[in-house]
Design a protein around this ligand. Structure first.
Ligand SMILES: [Zn+2]
Length: 221
């Protein structure tokens, strides 16, 4: 279902059945939690990370902390695939709800939310940057502003084509920050965390612009 139709139907449903909405994942009309019906909500919880802080990297990394809500498997993976490749942009709201819950649980404080950028041609092909869509929704939930201040200045091959080690060379020196971030703690947001290479190099760009601290938050890893 298109986003507009979904929104319009949800408005109508709100009047008729105040507690019910369409699940943003499966479309079922039901009581609603984090944008999901009870079944989908319970299903995705099965992929929750037991240890939310990510610690293992092949190199010394430039970010200060990294967290992920889910393991990249089953429904958590499917949510990302539907968001990215099937243009179900409304799933970015589901992701933002879960991220907000984790931020509250860990009591993390930050001054701005920065999305991991994608290259211009990729953006025009896909129509949107999924990390920015997530950041915008997270900003609405946390009231912390989004700074879309990092640019991807070189196109790179998809990280999925490389093994863990080569991923670090594929995205080296391709990000540039356009804003001074002196004294700021940045929440760097992306859909997936794999080896940490992308997060590391974006974080390098943020620190070159004087960011005080970079906290990485992804939906799945
Ligand atoms: Zn559902």
């Amino acid at each position: 279902m298109g986003k507009r139709i979904c929104e319009a139907l949800n408005c109508l449903i709100e009047v008729l059945f105040p507690d019910k909405k369409f699940c943003l994942y499966c479309g079922k009309l039901e009581e609603y939690r984090f944008g999901l019906c009870n079944f989908c909500y319970a299903e995705v919880l099965k992929n929750k990370m037991t240890n939310k802080i990510l610690r293992q990297y092949p190199l010394k990394v430039s970010f200060d902390e990294a967290y992920s809500v889910f393991r990249y498997e089953k429904m958590a993976r499917d949510i990302i695939i539907k968001l990215k490749y099937k243009e179900k942009i409304e799933l970015s709201l589901v992701i933002a709800y879960f991220m907000k819950e984790l931020l509250d649980e860990l009591n993390l404080k930050f001054d701005c939310i920065v999305p991991v950028p994608i290259f211009k041609s990729k953006k025009s092909k896909r129509g949107f940057n999924q990390a920015l869509a997530i950041a915008d929704n997270l900003s609405r939930l946390t009231f912390v502003p989004v700074l879309d201040c990092v640019e991807k200045i070189k196109n790179t091959k998809s990280q999925t084509l490389f093994n863990d080690f080569d991923r670090w060379y594929n995205v080296k020196e391709v990000f540039k920050c356009k804003k001074d971030l002196t004294g700021k703690t940045v929440l760097l947001v992306d859909d997936v965390f794999t080896t940490g290479a992308t997060a590391h190099y974006v974080s390098c760009a943020l620190k070159e612009c004087n960011a005080k601290k970079v906290i990485v938050l992804t939906f799945a890893s």
